[in-house]
Design a protein around this ligand. Structure first.
Ligand code: 13P
Ligand code: SF4
Length: 342
């Protein structure tokens, strides 16, 4: 009963594939209609078999669609968790089901492993918003002021930075430096939201996330009016006035932890769409209100190009060794702790 038969005969929804993938469908049935499963299941079965054959692991960001997040990713999490996981795997191949900067971070931490990104167009507006030359100019303008760089940047930008941070550890990293002033780039909103919670003065850059900059404080007020009692969790890449009218601000993993701990009956995750589906699959008893903003870059990653990556080894992430050596220092300082002058 293959309604939408794929071109490849080895990707048919046979009764064997149906049986093998039934436990996975059980996990996602709340968020994936039954009619779509015959298309996903053969790809999932093939990807999971190839991972074993090739000793490969798939790291999946929280914004992946549920058939990736719940059915083929071996490890899932926010940017910080994915960076930490990348240091722990014994696999020979890492496939990043996420965007390019995440694949680069995994490569920085695993120079001898093969790191694959299924679509090289999976970029990020924040990573695009700043260049290595911009960072050098800022350092010349503010001599001696440490540069704290969000992981949503290229390896070249990280190489010019003192230490990296994610939305999950920005406050801790900035306070931990023990200085009076920091440069925080590229996300202006993350920097402004962090500035409210830290001791040092924060010098900002003008980068924006195309997904989070769209949410407004009026949207949140309207959501509350339409959904009395709703708990609002927002990502710190949203504007400060959005954070001000939310109940909690935190990284994607922080939001998931909040839901797991507090189990709000009705909740809205002010972030990328797929996150709500992934969390709703794990907490079917909760009501998720879904204001939908998709990240066009995250959505470039699909089961079909994950399969192609595993089959062909395309596209491998390479970083110039001289750039990688310096960028790795900034990422490792984030993971192990660092103070200027130490
Ligand atoms: P997290 O580190 O919170 O997962 O965020 C990554 C990201 O790209 C948010 O837009
Ligand atoms: Fe970049 Fe925003 Fe997409 Fe995250 S959601 S990858 S910050 S564009």
């Amino acid at each position: 009963m293959n309604v939408l038969a794929p071109a490849r005969p080895d990707l048919r929804f046979t009764s064997e594939v149906e049986r093998e993938t039934a436990p996975l469908y059980d996990k996602v049935k709340k968020v994936i209609p039954e009619v779509e499963w015959p298309v996903f299941a053969p790809l999932i079965a093939r990807i999971n078999a190839l991972k074993k054959q090739k000793n490969a692991v798939i790291l999946g960001h929280n914004y992946m669609t549920p058939e990736i997040f719940h059915c083929v990713a071996d490890m899932t999490g926010d940017s910080l968790a994915l960076a930490r996981m990348a240091t722990k795997t014994d696999a020979d191949i890492i496939v990043m089901a996420g965007v390019h900067f995440m694949a680069e971070t995994a490569k920085l931490l695993n120079p001898s492993k093969t790191v694959l990104i299924p679509d090289t167009g999976a970029g990020c507006t924040l990573a695009e918003s700043v260049t290595a030359a911009d960072v050098r100019a800022l350092k010349a303008q503010y001599p001696g002021v440490p540069v704290v760089t969000y992981v949503n940047t290229s390896a070249e930008v990280k190489a010019e930075s003192d230490i990296c941070c994610t939305s999950g550890n920005a406050v801790e990293i900035v306070n931990g430096l023990g200085v009076d002033r920091v440069i925080m780039l590229p996300d202006e909103y993350l920097a402004l939201n962090t500035a409210k919670l830290v001791k040092p003065e924060v010098i900002t850059w003008k980068g924006r996330c195309v997904v989070h900059e769209q949410f407004t404080a009026a949207d949140i007020r309207n959501l509350r009016a339409a959904n009395p009692g709703v708990v609002v969790l927002a990502h710190p890449e949203c504007a400060p006035d959005v954070i001000a009218v939310s109940d909690y601000a935190g990284s994607t993993a922080g939001m998931i932890d909040y839901v797991a701990k507090h189990r709000p009956a009705k909740v809205v995750l002010v972030t990328e769409c797929s996150m709500s589906d992934n969390v709703a699959a794990d907490f079917p008893e909760l009501d998720f209100v879904k204001p939908c903003n998709l990240c066009p870059f995250m959505k470039k990653i699909e089961l079909s190009n994950i399969l192609t990556a595993l089959e062909t080894g395309q596209t491998e992430v390479h970083i110039h060794p001289a750039v990688a050596a310096r960028a790795r220092v900034a990422v490792e300082r984030m993971l192990t702790g660092w103070k200027p002058g130490a």
